[in-house]
Ligand binder design. Structure first.
Ligand code: OTN
Length: 483
């Protein structure tokens, strides 16, 4: 009797010890760098298109001929920009230090075309300095757009010259060494898609030597150095699926090129996730004519769902006006979007559910982790078993019209087919058409659908390259603010 009792206790202890020591799944395929993980977690980045174009009538792509003197914001206040970001819940921002017109917002030693020859502050001002200082004060991660296309210098199309290479390099060095920590730099392909890889290689060294954590947005020939890619349009909608991987040799026919940007490729040979650049107004630069055409909260929510909610990061442009301030309509709509997102995702309706799972790794990887609201824990299946069905039984019927699922991105893109179903009685199951035959998940995937009232929900992982590893799954009711 004594012996048996001992052996039962001993057996339990072994099982518990085995469960505690259950090892994590090995990463599968390509995985993000630390820089890319940090970038994914930002979710939204603000873009500020501000420069000489702001002071011309309806110009977005200046020809580089506007006199520097016309740049003269009457009340520039970068702290007001930061207030907009704080109420919008946006943790990072990128300023167009130099757009395609070539006008420099900082007093570059390498050109006269910039703030030092403007009327603003008697030529003694530095917008980049004011921007990075305000970012620092507000805990916002600062980024710099230094457009490779420079019409003022009339270098186009002779981009491959040594003169141009050094000119850009000198300006890049000024910005990467003189303004503190820079979290992102933007190599816009607009007007510059033909720049060669050796040129980017030279510039890349300047970024990496001085800013090891700086994420590089790159296109085409800068892919070997890019941390994030363009997603193929400026409307805010990435593809479905949207893989973080793509083919780095992507200049085939045009359709394949755009598909590669918009959707990526599950078998792609490079991990370069998609960044979604879109303006809150029709144009990139401020035009008073567009004050009534600021994107509505509903439009912004659509964009959030088709960018952040499709495994991308949203780069949302807020163009400061001629005073040097963000217009109140832009700020108010962005703040409402933030409140609506918070309200929607505050309550995972599956949180109190009983959970059953067909493929449970055990130990600390149980499927309950999907609904514990803790980003540190995750659910994983058993090695070699890619399929899984996780069934959630809620304490009572709930009505929802939105779902969200997140993979453990540091373990790679594992799942490549999934669906979600609901049931009122746990016997008859109904598909959610918008969540059927899905492919990518990645950092975050959101689907919206007609309201459903259900007591049971199941997540089906139907195929993948390795056992599933997911840290969140939830169903939600969209906030009224977003409608
Ligand atoms: O005419 N264009 O150059 C253009 C029109 C619409 C959308 C984009 C572009 S250029 C495009 O810009 C992207 C950023 O939005 C990337 O930098 C691409 O490399 C570039 O080709």
């Amino acid at each position: 009797m004594r012996t048996k009792r001992f052996s039962i206790l001993f057996g339990c202890a072994v099982t518990a010890a085995a469960a505690m020591s259950q090892s994590a799944p090995a990463p599968y395929g390509l995985t993000p760098s630390e820089r890319q993980k940090e970038w994914y977690d930002r979710e939204i980045i603000a873009f500020f298109h501000f420069g000489i174009n702001t002071f011309e009538d309806f110009v977005n792509e200046g020809d580089g001929r506007a006199p520097a003197a016309i740049f003269n914001p009457t009340g520039l206040d970068c702290e007001q920009w930061m207030e907009t970001l704080k109420s919008a819940g946006i943790p990072s921002a990128i300023l167009t230090a130099k757009h395609a017109d070539g006008f420099c917002l900082w007093p570059s030693r390498y050109t006269d075309y910039g703030v030092k020859n403007s009327a603003w502050k008697g030529g003694k001002g530095d917008v980049v300095r004011e921007f990075v200082d305000a970012c620092e004060d507000y805990g916002i991660k600062a980024g710099i757009y230094l457009g490779p296309h420079d019409r003022h210098e009339h270098l186009h199309p002779d981009y491959s010259t040594e003169k141009y290479k050094q000119y850009y390099a000198s300006q890049l060095r000024e910005l990467m060494t003189g303004y503190g920590k820079i979290w992102e730099t933007w190599w816009d392909g607009a007007g510059a898609d033909e720049l060669t890889t050796p040129l980017y290689s030279y510039w890349y060294d300047i970024v990496r030597e001085n800013q090891p954590d700086c994420v590089i947005f790159g296109t085409k020939n800068s892919y070997p150095f890019a941390d994030v890619r363009w997603m193929g349009n400026e409307a805010g909608h990435v593809g479905d699926p949207c893989w973080a991987t793509t083919d780095s040799v992507c200049i085939r026919d045009e359709a394949a090129y755009y598909k590669g940007l918009n959707e990526g490729s599950y078998t792609g040979n490079a991990y370069i996730p998609a960044e979604t650049d879109v303006s809150i107004r029709p144009s990139w630069f401020y035009h008073p004519e567009e004050d009534s055409r600021v994107k509505s909260v509903k439009e912004l929510w659509d964009i959030y769902c088709t960018s952040v909610g499709r495994n991308s990061v949203l780069l949302l442009n807020f163009p400061p006006d001629r005073r040097g301030l963000i217009h109140s309509s832009d700020s108010l709509n962005a703040a409402s979007l933030n409140r609506g997102i918070k309200e929607t995702f505050a309550g995972n309706l599956l949180a109190g559910s009983k959970v059953a799972c067909t493929n449970d790794r055990g130990g600390r990887f149980g499927a309950r982790n999907l609904i514990d609201g803790n980003p540190e824990t995750y659910y994983a299946g058993r090695d070699g078993k890619v399929k899984s069905t996780v069934t959630f039984s809620m304490p009572k019927a709930e009505t929802f019209d939105c779902l969200m699922v997140q993979e453990v991105i540091e373990l790679g893109q594992r799942t490549n087919r999934w669906s979600v179903e609901w049931s009122a009685d746990g016997k008859v199951w109904n598909k959610i058409p918008e969540a059927d035959g899905k492919h990518s998940i990645g950092h975050k995937w959101i689907e919206r659908f007609e309201p459903v009232t259900a007591r049971y929900v199941r997540l089906n992982i139907e195929d993948g390259g390795a056992c599933p590893a997911l840290h969140t799954f939830g169903v939600y009711k969209q906030s009224e603010i977003l409608k």
